[in-house]
Design a protein around this ligand. Structure first.
Ligand code: CDP
Length: 225
């Protein structure tokens, strides 16, 4: 049976990664979290005291970075130059500094190339902002996941709290909204629904319902392609 490419895009904290990871597991596909790669570059810049606004320096850092994504116990582990940075990249500090890194055309070119190489053989579920538009414009199945800002903020706050990070709901909502605006308005690889993507509003869906909807579409594609 042919192994398809599934692209899941959408705004911050819309449930992409939880859903994508589980869809991949049930199909025995590989899940690729493209956001983790931009997060790792941001972490590297902060550690090296390189301004996230210095496009040339950040591009150089990105080009020298050895990034590896591995799946372990249903979790994605990201290694940056051999160091497991999976937890360190998911903090409010990274969220607040990532937008200029993600808007940097040099960084995007490097990451898109890596992402394309990782997934071109098929049998993958990749989530991000530009997967259905730039990374895999010919993906077999494209989902654009949305949810209200309030609902997304509630989900992200819960996620952070589980990791012991306390933050105001208003602040989470402001961060999410800011990041979305930056993602939508940037010139290179903006957050954009591909014309052939299926929109899925998850505001009133449970995680299991989201997973089932995408699995149904994926199985249909696999059987008919
Ligand atoms: O989970 P959440 O949606 O908050 O974040 P993420 O998917 O890990 O992405 C973090 C940031 O990386 C986003 O706000 C985007 O600016 C950027 N990103 C991107 O530009 N392109 C991608 N394919 C994935 C993420």
């Amino acid at each position: 049976m042919r192994k398809i490419i599934i692209a899941i895009d959408g705004p911050a904290a819309s449930g992409k990664s939880t859903t994508a990871r589980e869809v991949a597991r049930r199909l025995r596909y590989t899940y690729i979290d493209s956001g983790a790669m931009y997060r790792a570059v941001t972490l590297k810049a902060l550690r090296e005291n390189v301004s996230v606004h210095d496009n040339d320096k950040v591009t150089k850092l990105a080009s020298e970075l050895d990034l590896k994504l591995r799946s372990h116990d249903c979790k994605t582990i990201i290694y940056m130059n051999g160091e497991d940075v999976s937890e360190k990249i998911r903090t409010p500090e990274i969220d607040q500094n990532i937008s200029p890194v993600a808007a940097n055309p040099g960084v995007r070119a490097i990451m898109v190339k890596k992402q394309h190489a990782m997934g071109e053989a098929g049998g993958i579920v990749m989530d991000g902002r530009d997967i259905g538009t730039i990374v895999f414009p010919d993906a077999d199945l494209k989902i654009f996941m949305i949810a209200s800002v309030r609902e997304r903020a509630i989900r992200r706050k819960k996620e952070l709290e589980q990791k012991g990070i306390k933050i105001d709901l208003e602040e989470v909502e402001k961060d999410i909204d800011y990041r979305d605006q930056q993602d939508i308005n940037r010139h290179h690889g903006p957050l954009l629904k591909s014309h052939d993507a299926i929109e899925l509003d998850t505001t009133r869906l449970t995680v299991e319902e989201q997973i089932q909807k995408i699995l149904e579409l994926a199985r249909h594609k696999i059987e008919t392609s």
